[in-house]
Design a binder for this molecule. Structure first.
Ligand code: SF4
Length: 185
């Protein structure tokens, strides 16, 4: 099958790509208007592109339209579960639309390699996005590969971010770090 793999960042691409490429023809799509600020978006993209170049992986990039992300999560800012599901739906919808337009057979995502993301929300969002676009969703769970992904990305010296991506997750991660520091003191 020709599969378009949504990738959130370079470190998360490593293991899902290897898992899929043995059976499918895989193109990567970077569709992440959630990432803030722009410099962080570009840093994650460049990390992914450097890795893709080293492996000869084809990468497409969707437009960095942060307003579309703000609209998608409007009113859900305080509800982490709903906010993230809306964020997944937006990004996977972009990939599903692009994949369908280019005649791909299916869509998958690297989001399921992270133990910090809710797999049910990802699946629900992906199924809705793929149904709307008229394309198959390749339902995968890569979480058992997370440890290997972490180790390999460290060995490669890849940039590894310390927050999920949006401005709200940056603030939340900073608060968590401060709380941990305070507990240690
Ligand atoms: S925390 Fe992550 S998944 Fe949730 S809205 Fe922010 S960027 Fe999207």
């Amino acid at each position: 099958m020709r599969v378009m793999l949504h990738a959130c960042c370079g470190p998360c691409l490593i293991e899902p790509f290897d898992a899929l490429v043995s059976e499918h023809d895989v193109t990567v799509c970077y569709a992440n208007p959630n990432i803030h600020p722009l410099g962080e978006y570009q840093r994650r993209l460049q990390t992914l592109l450097d890795y893709a170049d080293s492996r000869g992986i084809e990468v497409l990039e969707e437009p960095y339209d942060m307003v579309s992300w703000m609209r998608a999560v409007a009113g859900l800012e305080e509800d982490l579960s709903k906010r993230c599901k809306a964020c997944f739906r937006l990004r996977l919808g972009m990939v599903a639309d692009r994949a369908a337009a280019l005649g791909y057979d299916a869509v998958a995502t690297t989001l399921t390699v992270s133990p910090y993301q809710d797999p049910d929300s990802i699946r629900d969002a992906a199924l809705a996005a793929c149904e709307a676009a008229g394309i198959e969703y390749l339902d995968t769970d890569f979480r058992e590969r997370y440890r290997d992904a972490t180790q390999r990305s460290r060995e490669l010296g890849m940039y590894r971010q310390n927050y999920c991506g949006c401005v709200l997750s940056d603030i939340e991660a900073q608060r968590e770090r401060e709380a941990r520091r305070a507990r240690r003191v």
